[in-house]
Design a protein around this ligand. Structure first.
Ligand code: ATR
Length: 289
């Protein structure tokens, strides 16, 4: 492990980064560089925004370790999976990768830490919650929902009901994930809320304000946990309604921060310091603190 020389980044620095289009508003560089600085590492974490149709050549050019690892975000997560030589179970199930690791021998490995981020956020904000105890209801059937369903099934969720405006997309997920999942039309949501242990908003509803998904959260069991993947605003209407009904809530920002922990470790070879208040930093960036 290379430690800082005290003169900034040396020629031996470990370089990591995040790749998306656009990337300007990503919080990842600020968070990862705060961890790098706290650990005194000779390392850097930089943003990349390759042209949308040049992602594959960009990644191929990094073979051999010009960059040690890359976080991947919208719109490149599916392409990242396709670009890799080795794919983790979670990334394969999610159909997308948010992390590429470039081995010295030229091999590119793909992983997905979005699902573990969800589980980590639940463990942090709803401690003691048992994912194996009751069915899960997930709202949405896009990429975000898919990654979550993969992680929930691997973690032992007994049943995952996928509710989506476009029911065909929910059926596609069921076809991919099998018998522990079922596709549910919006009008039938209430029936499934009554015995749900975990309800997750994986749609874009509520982003930038607004009501969020119409779900009778007050009909869920009293010990149910409600998660919103949307983190702008931090306290969405969906989470406010859950709170008003007395349910425990988990916010999208915690998910974002938790997915960054295993990615930092994979790129820089050590876990980030828990001493850094990354949540406080993120709240400031979001204008929430
Ligand atoms: P992501 O990769 O973030 O999941 P996505 O694939 O565009 O993005 O998926 C967005 C999700 O939000 C979908 O489940 C979408 O429902 P449809 O599949 O029916 O489009 C859901 N969504 C977006 N706007 C919605 C709205 N106004 N009402 C209900 N669902 C909505």
């Amino acid at each position: 492990m290379s430690h800082s020389t005290g003169f900034g980044i040396s020629g031996a620095a470990i370089v990591g980064g995040v790749c998306g289009q656009p990337i300007k508003h990503s919080m990842s560089p600020i968070l990862h560089n705060a961890w790098i600085q706290a650990a005194g590492l000779d390392a850097a974490y930089v943003p990349f925004a390759p042209a949308a149709d040049h992602f594959a050549t960009f990644v191929d050019g990094l073979r051999g370790g010009a960059v040690r690892g890359l976080n991947v975000t919208i719109p490149f997560k599916e392409q990242a999976l396709a670009a890799a030589d080795q794919v983790s179970d979670l990334a394969r199930m999610a159909g997308a990768a948010n992390l590429l690791i470039f081995e010295e021998d030229g091999v590119i490995r793909a992983d997905n830490t979005d699902g573990p981020g969800l589980l980590g956020a639940i463990a942090a904000q709803a401690p003691g919650f048992d994912i194996t105890a009751r069915p899960v209801v997930i709202l949405g059937a896009g990429g975000a929902a898919r990654g979550a369903v993969a992680a929930l099934l691997l973690a032992g969720a007994p049943k995952v009901a996928i509710v989506n405006r476009t029911l065909d997309r929910a059926h596609e997920l069921v076809a991919a994930f099998g018998p522990r999942t079922l596709a549910v039309a919006e009008y039938a949501l209430t029936d499934h809320l009554k015995d749900a242990g975990l309800i997750i908003n994986a749609t874009s509803l509520g982003l930038g304000g607004g009501d969020g998904p119409a779900a009778r959260l007050d009909l869920t069991p009293e010990d149910a946990v409600v998660v919103d993947m949307v983190y702008k605003p931090l306290r969405t209407e969906f989470l406010r309604r859950a709170e008003a009904a007395g349910r425990r809530t988990v916010d999208g920002l915690e998910m974002l921060l938790r997915q960054a922990i295993p990615t930092f470790e994979a790129i820089y070879g050590q876990p980030p310091s828990p001493e850094v208040d990354v949540r406080g930093l993120a709240l400031k960036l979001l204008g929430e603190a």
